[in-house]
Write a protein that binds this ligand. Structure first.
Ligand SMILES: *Cc1c(COP(=O)(O)O)cnc(C)c1O
Length: 359
């Protein structure tokens, strides 16, 4: 079976973990500090703050920006639920804006949703493709809003060479399915010293001097075990991303099925293909459900990211979101992610192409 995602771990990671175990420093320590330094260099920002997950990175970033009860945060409904759960954790209200054909928040619909309560915009670089940060930063500047980028699927994605996570405050995840992993883990990236310091304070129970607590904080720390894996994975990230991009280019060039829309990449945008997501339109000879079964029968994994918009998820029903989101609704019906991860072989790719071209 060709899985839809697969972590790539090797001897280097094993040895790095072993060295941490031998050192006896297991919780947040020198490996975390080193990982933060290297990750900040990679994204080309001044500061990086490691966390226990992508979800806690988002939560911490919003708190560091002062998001609280009564505030509104503009975001996309077509994402993994953690993006907007982080807004709810702060007591704030997620205000959803429909997506464009690229699956990301449609920047032209944002201004209409801004009110006196709006404090931030939280775009998601879904599937590894950058949201339109040029337009989003312009709007944020005009209305004095914070920008928290959900980069959990977009390590190394960029717009004209500028990496996502360096426009606003970036939040990354290192869950095993992502472009690089630490098991569980996350990272906040920023050029703002105050934001970095507040995130560090809140990450560790609001404590600067041991056992003196300035504010109500959390335990959102990363372990040195996770950071040691992260340091090795970071060295391999560019190789992984290049492989993903190469695989996606191959699929784009060779899939010729009627009624299947393939991912497009705008000039200057670097898509790092966390997922390769096609759209199975009504013009396709097979329905999405039939296609999933055919792929499965041929040993090819696939997945629907995401079958239900966030506003229809149970914890969000009480917000009784009355707006309509036609592009989101259409995409939840049509999307299908097929394997693109770096461990695919030429044979795997050819098999995927030949199954799709012979429906
Ligand atoms: C994975 C992911 C998260 C959450 O990351 P965790 O490390 O699993 O907590 C948030 N947003 C998006 C878009 C993700 O894909």
């Amino acid at each position: 079976m060709i899985p839809v995602s697969k972590p790539l771990l090797g001897k280097k990671e094993k040895e790095a973990v072993w060295r941490v175990l031998e050192s006896g420093i297991l919780a947040q320590g020198p490996r975390v500090a080193e990982f933060e330094k290297r990750f900040a260099e990679y994204i080309r920002v001044k500061y990086a703050v490691a966390t226990s997950s992508g979800t806690t990175a988002l939560h911490l970033a919003l708190l560091a920006h002062g998001i609280k009860k009564g505030d509104e945060v503009i975001t996309t409904p077509f994402t993994f639920i953690a993006s907007s759960n982080a807004i709810l954790y702060c007591g704030a209200k997620p205000v959803f804006v429909d997506i464009g054909e690229d699956f990301n928040i449609n920047p032209d619909l944002i201004e209409k949703k801004i009110t006196k309560k709006t404090k931030a915009i939280l775009p998601v670089h879904l599937f590894g493709y950058p949201a339109d940060m040029v337009k989003i930063m312009k709007i944020a500047k005009k209305y004095h809003l914070a920008v928290i980028e959900d980069c959990c699927q977009a390590h190394g994605a960029s717009i004209f060479g500028k990496k996502v996570g360096s426009f606003g405050t970036g939040c990354f995840s290192f869950y095993p399915t992502k472009n690089m992993t630490t098991g569980e883990g996350g990272m906040i990236t920023t050029n703002n010293k105050q934001i970095a310091e507040r995130a560090k304070l809140l990450r560790n129970h609001g404590m600067k001097i041991r056992y003196y607590h300035d504010v109500l904080g959390f335990n959102f720390r990363m372990t040195d075990i996770a950071a040691a894996i992260g340091l090795e994975q970071l060295k391999k990230l560019e190789k992984f991303n290049k492989k993903r991009i190469g695989n996606a280019n191959y699929l784009n060039k060779n899939i010729k099925t009627k009624g299947i829309i393939l991912p497009k990449v705008k000039i200057g945008y670097r898509h790092v293909f966390h997922q390769y997501t096609i759209r199975v339109t009504p013009q396709c000879p097979k329905s999405r459900e039939e296609l999933i079964r055919i792929l499965n029968d041929n040993g090819i994994g696939s997945a629907i990211y995401y079958p239900l918009p966030v506003y229809h998820q149970k914890p969000y029903v009480r917000l009784s979101c009355k707006n309509r989101f036609p592009v989101t609704e259409k995409c939840t019906r049509e999307v299908l992610s097929i394997p693109v991860h770096p461990s695919l072989t030429k044979r795997d790719l050819n098999k995927i192409v030949s199954v799709l071209n012979n429906l």
